[in-house]
Every structure is written in structure tokens, then in C-alpha cells.
Write a protein that binds this ligand. Sequence first.
Ligand code: GAL
Length: 670
Amino acid sequence: MYFGVDYYPEHWPEERWTLDARMMREAGMNIVRLAEFAWVKMEPELGVYDFSWLDRAIEVLASEGIQIILGTPTAAAPKWLMDLHPDMYPVDVYGLKKGFGTRRHYCPNHAVYIEHSKRIARKMAEHYADNPHVVAWQVDNEFGGPCYCQSDLREFRKWLNRKYDTIEALNREWGTIFWSQTYRHFDEIDLPAYSSSDGFSQNAGAGDLSTPHNHNPGMLLDYHRFFTDATVAYQKAQIDEIRAYTALPITHNLMGHASDLDYFKLGKDLDFICWDNYPNNMWGKASPSSASMAHDLMRGIKEQNFWMMEQQSGPCGWQHMGDTPEPGQLRLWTYQALAHGAEAMVYFRWRACTVGIEQYWHGILDHDGIGRRRYREIKQLGAELAGLNDVFVDSQNVSPIAVIKSYDNYWSHRQQPHNRKFSYGMLLNAYYDAIADQHINLDVTSVETDFAKYKMVMMPAFNLMTAEISAKCEAYVAGGGALLITFRSGTKTWNNQMSTLTVPGHFREMAGVELEEFDSINFGRTVKVKAEFGEGTAAIWADVLNSNGAEVLATYDSHYYAGQPAVTVNRYGEGHVYYVGCDLDAVALGELMKLVAQREGLVPLLREPVSGVEIIAKTKDGQPFWVLLNYTNEGKRFEIPGDHVSLLDGSSVGGLITLAPYGVMVIRQQ
Ligand code: GAL
């Protein structure tokens, strides 16, 4: 298994490299990522290349048995390059140029920047093609969201022309008759940037909006699609350059839940997925389940195991810092990643830097280069993981349920969230938690997945629909699958128009319900819900449903629609469709999902839920094993079924067990 760090030899005197490499080896490290921001050092002037320092760094690392991932440096173009074409800088939605001083200061649609990116990727690939120590490549660093410059405008028009072919088709799909927006030619189309109605927001107070939000919904959605395609093409241009020289695997480091780009599309050209995880950062702390869900999504991008390319290893932040990882947390986060499908672990970063905006972003070593508590913990972990090499690499996760994430739906909801408190991302999280808290494992994947692999597929608030997706859902349910949908499912067309079908649109027949009306819940009001599984409240949305034969699982218990169905289940062919017409508080949603799991024969891994503890079921070569993780700083005592052996120390594990604070167990049933 690969175990290592992100290392920046260019930040330190060469005399130090030997000690760094030795300390890495002593910590059990065998891989290092290099060079992804070192453009100016590799090409100090246009066409003048110097890889000698990098060659020496690689030699020093290799002499300690450490292998290399090389990153192309295109996320940090040198000033000399930007000065050649200042229009390569990105432009924000307000038309302001974002200048030099940090990184990601380019537009991926700029033809000249693309050429320079290809050139540096090619030069690196050519130089390192035969270097035996390089084992993988990373393209760029953390691609991000839209730019609004003139290159985008040119390319957006071409993209639209390719997509719609005729301007009439575009006018129809965007509904440009509204407010006289009709276009005569593709060349009349501008970018969906700051519009005259922006600044006047009907959405003040909502936290999950993209800008601009006052625009033609079809155009806004297409802009996100266009920008994803542009980024995919930009990435591909570099992949092709590298591929001309080497067959080594190529990746790009993703950012978990970040959703400005469609990661399913970005992932298609990559050999493997990797991602960057900072659970305690300057903005707050990710809940353990949010990090678990991000891992599951990363596994779902290609439906294969992934690498951690940057795993937090110290207190971090730019202007201010998040909490320092407590003793045991680095180990816990490492096993959490491995449990969810990581099979290589690279920590960010080796040593905190003394300069630059990230001088507070700590790594394993502090600024003085001395290995203290965090280094000792990583070293211990390195020794422990060496013994588990065969366990995690090529292991598989076993999940009976899939949560479907759709970036198109994400963008549509983010632009117009239906209710100011609604967030598609948070709704997916809520369903994920309601299942995961019962110790039932999940996959998070795209609507393109093979539904037949799952006992249940959850598509919360999947509002943009097509006849094809509908047919896929129907076939799955008719064949015995369980499908869960919610309020706002099936309300729109794929290009973001409101559907004229009676809600829930394409899902209506399957779900056996139709909407009489709905209640968007605002200003602190709540709606009561009652059911056999308990009572609860809705605080965002309540669909008032008419059942066309669906069984009613919960009804409303307040407001003028008291007594009408809130949650239903309908038999369709051999399977079931659950319709959850409202948001529910976490406790009620947990109870509902317990009932759903029981009805669908989804068996939890533990008899009773243990809060703060996660259990992940995996297999390796057909042999099942479990990873147990305690996310709390107190010991947890609970019973596990069966007799197991610990893969960490060979001890017998069974019956009533104690999982230490931030403790981990990896066990196999005997
Ligand atoms: C990541 C990025 C790294 C480093 C780190 C800390 O998002 O890829 O290069 O900047 O964050 O900010």
C-alpha cells in the first residue's frame, strides 16, 4: 500500500532533503507527491527548462525507497507567463478580473493557456518518461468553478451551437419567449453573468445559492454543464500529452462534496480518483458522516477504490486555523478513508511552510522541521499499516443501498432552491445519515449506475427528469427494487423547465400518488407529521398528496391538510416506491428509514445502533471483514455478532467489546 506525503522540496534548502527522506522512510512512507506548484522552478523563463533540482529531489527520495507522483503545475502559472497574455486571468460573475497573487488564476477555455499547459505537461512527461521512480501522474490541482471571460463566451456559444444545432431549439429549451429573451443567432448570446435583476434577490438569507441566481434557469444550468465539459477537455489535453510518453496511471485531486463541476464526467478520463480531505479546517469541522459520505462519493465516481492525495495531518487554515487533530484522530481519519475505499494514503503536507498564504497550514512536521506528536503517530500508523497491506488494497465495499447524486440536479436546486432553507446537498446528507446511523452501508453514485446491484436506490429531490431515467426506474422497481423519492422529485425537465406533467411527473404512476398542492414552509413555522413509526415535524416543505392506491405511512397532523398523506409506499410490479412528501426532523427521518429498512429486508450490521460508531463491511478476495471506527473521545461498549479475529493484533474479538476513544478495529469473522 502507498503511504506518504505531499512534499515541496523547492521550499527548503537542498541540504535538508536527505533528512526529510530518511524521516519519511522511518515513518514507513513509500510515496511522495511532488511539483504540482513548481512551474516557475521548472521553467523560470519561457522555453528555459530546469528539471535538475527535481531530478535530485527524486534521487534523494528514491534512495530511501520512496516513489513519486508527479503533478503538472498548471494551477500556479508563473507571473512571466501571465504577463504574456493578461486576458488568461479568470473573470468573476461581476466582470472583475481575478489577478495574480494566489493560484488557479487562469481560464481553462483560454486557447493560449491551454497550449502552455500542454507544453509544460509534455516537457515533464518527456523528461520523466523513463524515470523508474515515478509511479503516477496528477493533472493540475483541484479544478474549480466557472469563469466569465471572453474565451468562455466564445466557447460557450460554440458549445450551445453543438448542443442545440438550431437557435430555435435553444429558444425552445430555454423558454426565451419569457421577458423577450429570444435570440436570433448563437452570436447574440452573452454569458449568464451579473444581470439587471441581480442584487435584487428574492433569496436573501439562503446559504446555498450560486451566483448569479437571477437569470434564465435553462441558461444557468447549461453554463455549469458547459464549464464541466470545458474542464474535462482541458484535463484531457494534459492527459493526452502525458499519455504520449507513459502508460502510468493519471489522476486529478477532487474535493469531496464540492459540486461546481460534475465529478462523474471529470472522472471518466482518469485512471483513478483521488481526493483531498480536511475534516477540521478553518471553516469548521466536517461531521464524521459527512466525511464518510464524501469518501463514498469518491468511490462512486468510477465505482472503484480511490487514493487520498491530501489527508489533513495538522491544524490548518490560511488566516486562522481550525482545531488541532487530537491524539488518535489522524489514525482514525486514515482508517475511515481506508474503510470507505481508499487504498493509498498521502498526507498534506510534510512540513509547515514558513512562507506564502499557507504558512499556517500545518503538516506532519512543524515549521522547525522537528517530528513531534503528529510525526510519532504517523510513524506508528506506518508500521501498523505495513502489516495490513493485503487487506485494503483491492478490497471492496459491500453496500445494499445507493444514494444517487446528480450534479445537474444540484445546480438546478442551488440556483432556485424552492424554499430558502432547502439544500439538495443537505437532503442527500440527511438520507445518508438516516441509513448509515443504523449501521447499514451505502454507495453514493450517479444515476448511470446499474440499479440492479442494489436492494434500494434513493433519489431524493431528483427534480430534473427524462423519459430514459424514468424507464430505468420503472424497470428497476418492476423487477423488485425499492426506490425512494421525495418532494420536488420529477418537477422539471432535463433542461430546467417546469414540467407540465402532474407532480411527481414521470414518477407519478410508479409512486401511486399525485400532488394536490404543496406548502413551502417559511418564517419559523413547522408542520406536524404523525405515523406509526412516531411523530415529527417538517420545517421546509410539505407536499399535500392524493394516494392513487399507495399505502400511507405517515400523515400530516396540523394545518388545513391535517390527515392527508405525507409519506407513502406503492407496490409497482415486484418492487416498491417510497414517496416522502416532506422534509422530516432527523429523529423522525431516522425512524422512517428504520421502518423502510425493515420492510425491504435491509439488515443492520449491529442489532442496536451505537452512536458515534461506524461499521463498514468489506470483502477482500471474497473474504468478508469489518472496520469499526469510534468517532468520539470516549470509549464505546457494545455487542457485535459472531466471533472475529483482529487483523491488527491477532486477538480474538467477539461478544461485548470496547472500542477505545477514537479507536479502530479491523476484524474478520472466524
Ligand atoms: C488543498 C490544495 C493544497 C493545499 C491545501 C491547503 O485544497 O490542493 O494545495 O492548498 O488545500 O490549503
